[in-house]
Design a protein around this ligand. Structure first.
Ligand SMILES: Cc1cc2nc3c(=O)[nH]c(=O)nc-3n(C[C@H](O)[C@H](O)[C@H](O)COP(=O)(O)OP(=O)(O)OC[C@H]3O[C@@H](n4cnc5c(N)ncnc54)[C@H](O)[C@@H]3O)c2cc1C
Length: 449
């Protein structure tokens, strides 16, 4: 049976390779150059649309750990990136043209893969949709029709996410507005962590926010701002009091450690079930990354904030995976129609390639009558999949690899956990051991890239 992979970008090329190496005949349907996207410049498969880095190679970095796990499973994209590597310190930095050329030649040279240059407008019955953040309009409409309009977003408005242990809980207090808005597991103290500001703190914060350096978007990346998507710095520029009537409104909140009512309050909402990742509510932003760190650390309680994800606002087509897909990222009523890449709600070159890798493995398993498998959440890949499965569908935002996604370390003394560097080493050792054990338990010999 021929398998159809829609989209010959990073995830689609990786998925097709994994399938072909496991003995399946594959057609990759890639619309370039018949129809272009606003970001791609060439007709090469696996083109990197912007920066030339896959980020860190050190396993004590979340992106480095994800890459090491992918190598254990035989990633095509990383093999081609390695061959195109240019000096970049500990980062896997590549010559973009060489990297794409490597993917292009490997795919075209594979006896089991055919490349068809056309825009696909239907979902395949047996295949993988890997059409990325710039999925063509016709296919996006088809996905919406199949999954429901709420299940496919056309832009992301991402607020920063902070590691819980870096929030000063002598300053931030737990409460819900008017004591309401509780959620499962939040307890009587309320669902949010709140950072109260005095008038002086608020004024200084607004000054910093409105003068900070901002990312200038690509021409096509202009998002029509409306509620839920307005950058926090833009809101602040429209009037010094805007945030006090918007995401920083203090009403219904009383700081238990102060007699007076707060002048303004920043709320953080729990992002994951384990309560390790907290989202700055309403703080979607286009500030440059160093500026986000500088300005948001002015918020009382966040002086030492560790950012697990920075904010951004992009054109981005992505499915609300926790609401609409299965754990192996297929349609719920069609297990052999899988999704992979940025369209699943992961963010980044490496993350997109990783989901392509696993989609290829799982479709191959399904075609052989086996059940799909996902690595455990002690691995970076498994932790990302868990996020896509369990994130709150009401607030679902795309996610990059980060250590906050992983299961906590079991049986490690608290004094060791306090040592951040050691903790990361332990995360890495555990992740690598577990991905190999998982691979061997399911007889997933790495494809030869
Ligand atoms: C402008 C921009 C800049 C980015 N910069 C970075 C960055 O610097 N670093 C980073 O880590 N991540 C970045 N990303 C995010 C993301 O990592 C990349 O978009 C990545 O390429 C996603 O991989 P993918 O395989 O999901 O999609 P893509 O690599 O985009 O592949 C999707 C493919 O599907 C094709 N396609 C679309 N619709 C159809 C259709 N209907 N029929 C057939 N083919 C179709 C497209 O032509 C494309 O080739 C960026 C995203 C954008 C939009």
């Amino acid at each position: 049976m021929t398998v159809h992979v829609v989209g010959g970008g990073l995830a689609g090329s990786e998925a097709a390779w994994q399938l072909a190496e496991r003995g399946h005949d594959v057609v990759i349907h890639e619309m370039r150059p018949v129809r272009g996207t606003a970001a791609h410049k060439t007709d090469r498969l696996g083109e990197l649309v912007c920066s030339n880095t896959f980020k860190s190679t050190e396993t004590t970095n979340a992106h480095g750990l994800l890459k090491a796990e992918m190598r254990a499973l035989g990633s095509l994209i990383l093999a081609c990136a390695d061959e195109a590597r240019v000096p970049g310190g500990s980062a896997l930095t590549v010559d973009r043209a060489l990297c794409a050329q490597g993917v292009h030649e490997r795919i075209h040279g594979h006896a089991r893969i055919t490349v068809s240059r056309e825009e696909v407008r239907e979902l395949p019955d047996v295949g993988i949709v890997a059409t990325g953040p710039l999925t063509s309009d016709a296919l996006a409409e088809r996905i919406r029709a199949r999954l429901g309009v709420e299940s496919l977003a056309f832009y992301d408005a991402i607020a920063p996410v902070i590691a819980v242990e870096s929030i000063d809980q002598d300053i931030a207090f737990r409460a819900s507005r008017w004591g309401k808005e509780t959620m499962e597991g939040a307890g009587e103290d309320g669902a949010y962590l709140n950072c109260a500001m005095t008038r002086d703190e608020y004024e200084a914060f607004i000054d910093a926010l409105t003068t900070a350096d901002q990312f200038t978007a690509h021409e096509f990346d202009h998002v029509p701002y409306f509620e839920g998507c307005m950058p926090v710095e833009e809101m602040a520029r429209r009037g010094r009091e805007s945030l006090r009537f918007g995401p920083m409104k203090p009403v219904g909140l009383q700081d238990p450690r102060r007699a007076s009512r707060p002048h303004a309050v920043v709320q953080l909402r729990q992002e994951d079930r384990a309560g390790r990742m907290w989202n700055l509510v309403g703080f979607q932003t286009r500030l440059r990354i160093p500026e986000q760190a500088r300005v948001f650390r002015l918020i009382p309680g966040l002086a030492q904030a560790e950012f697990l994800r920075f904010g951004s606002i992009h054109r981005n087509s992505y499915v609300n995976a926790p609401a609409a897909l299965t754990p192996h990222l297929s349609l719920r009523d069609a297990p052999t129609t899988l999704f992979a890449g940025q369209i699943t709600g992961v963010e980044g070159y490496t993350e997109s390639s990783a989901t392509g890798l696993l989609a290829g493995i799982n479709l191959s398993r399904l075609l052989r009558g086996e059940t799909p498998v996902v690595p455990p959440p002690t691995t970076m890949m498994g932790a990302l999949y868990r996020y896509l499965r369990e994130a709150d569908p009401r607030h679902f935002q795309p996610m990059n690899a980060n250590f906050g996604l992983l299961d906590e370390l079991d049986g490690v003394p608290p004094r060791v956990l306090k040592d951040k560097a050691r903790k990361r080493e332990l995360f890495a050792e555990r992740g690598l051991a577990q991905v190999s054990a998982w691979r061997d338990a399911h007889a997933l010999a790495a494809a030869v890239a």
